[in-house]
Design a protein around this ligand. Structure first.
Ligand code: MRU
Length: 339
């Protein structure tokens, strides 16, 4: 089923999103035909994951163009709506990159922008296949033991991308090669992308997995139960510092201490060469309520205040390898522009 999963899809006159807030209990779509609904969907994480946000942003420009026509907006009003989409979440650079990719096509009309956004979507799926293959090859060339036990954090599968997945794509490739024993899926507090989404995707494709509390990850690694950790990224600075879901840095520190590889898998579009280091990456701070309650039930006393950074930055020195669609970089020296 995951093969056919499309987190983001253009369906004739609008955008169709898988509503990731209700998985795994329900599988529902949200149809988007105005920019206000799209901005809200991005903020609520109906659509999420850096590459999926890039594709949603690109199609969001089409939504803004159609809405402008419908509402009689002038170009400035349309551009302001696009800007609201661009800034709906700050950390994943792909959101702005997806929009920037299609904006030059706006003067050519809706069909041209749809075609370019679709091209971005198709390239993402192909790129993810390449990432999966390059990442698996790199790991297997170094693996002392197999089948492998892999730890991952957050969700990087078809739901987080245009299809197949990044870190999840490497895991799928290892599985298809018969080189995978089990995946430790960190639950990924507070919104549970690991237990709700990654575990659901692993279940769909029949890959053995264990869901563990985020707090278990370092211990699982230090106990020698993990051979490699693979995560995705929301933004990679020019020096290789990598922003990803909160909790990633703890996984990286444990890998460094245990002497196992910590791999980041992401499309080239997640690399932001205009940001020199992780210190310049904007980290989204989400409402404290998300850590104080689950499904409407309090998990902290009344009066408690929440602290809820959605991402952290893994210093480049802790990243053993960065795998993109163009191959594997060992990033301790930073990322150099391609070509
Ligand atoms: O807050 P989210 O769910 O959008 O965070 C997503 C992540 O941190 C992913 O690991 C990252 O975007 C890579 S998705 C291929």
């Amino acid at each position: 089923m995951v093969n056919e999963l499309r987190a983001v899809e253009w369906v004739g006159d609008g955008l169709r999103l898988i509503d990731q807030t209700v998985l795994p209990g329900r599988f529902e779509h949200l149809d988007v035909r105005d920019t206000g609904t799209l901005v809200d969907a991005i903020r609520r994480l109906v659509v999420r994951g850096a590459p999926a946000l890039g594709v949603a942003g690109a199609f969001g420009v089409v939504i803004a163009m159609i809405e402008a026509e419908r509402q009689g907006w002038d170009d400035a009003e349309r551009d302001a709506a696009v800007e609201r989409i661009r800034t709906a979440r700050p950390t994943a650079v792909n959101l702005a990159a997806g929009i920037d990719r299609v904006v030059p096509f706006v003067p050519k009309g809706v069909e041209a922008v749809v075609a370019e956004a679709q091209k971005l979507l198709d390239e993402d799926v192909l790129g993810n296949r390449a990432i999966g293959k390059a990442g698996a090859d790199w790991i297997l060339a170094r693996a002392g033991k197999r089948p492998l036990r892999v730890l991952t954090h957050c969700n990087t599968g078809a739901l987080a991308t245009a299809g197949w997945g990044t870190a999840f794509g490497v895991i799928r490739e290892l599985s298809e090669l018969g080189a995978l024993e089990v995946v430790y899926a960190d639950e990924t507090r507070p919104l549970l992308q690991g237990s709700r989404l990654t575990a659901w995707e692993l279940e769909q494709v029949g890959i053995p997995y264990l869901v563990q509390a985020d707090g278990a990850a370092a211990s699982t690694i230090l106990r020698g139960l993990v051979d490699v950790a693979i995560i995705g990224a929301d933004r990679i600075a020019a020096n290789g510092d990598t922003a990803n879901k909160i909790g990633s840095v703890g996984v990286a520190l444990a890998c460094a201490d245990a002497g196992i590889p910590f791999m980041v898998a992401a499309p080239w579009s997640t690399i932001d060469l205009s940001t020199p280091s992780g210190a310049g990456i904007p980290i989204e701070e989400r409402p404290g309520d998300e850590v104080l309650a689950w499904a409407g039930n309090p998990v902290a006393p009344e009066g408690a205040r929440g602290f809820n950074p959605a991402f952290d930055v893994v210093p480049a020195r802790l990243v053993t390898a960065l795998v993109t669609e163009t191959g594997v970089l060992e990033v301790s020296e930073g990322v150099t522009p391609r070509d």
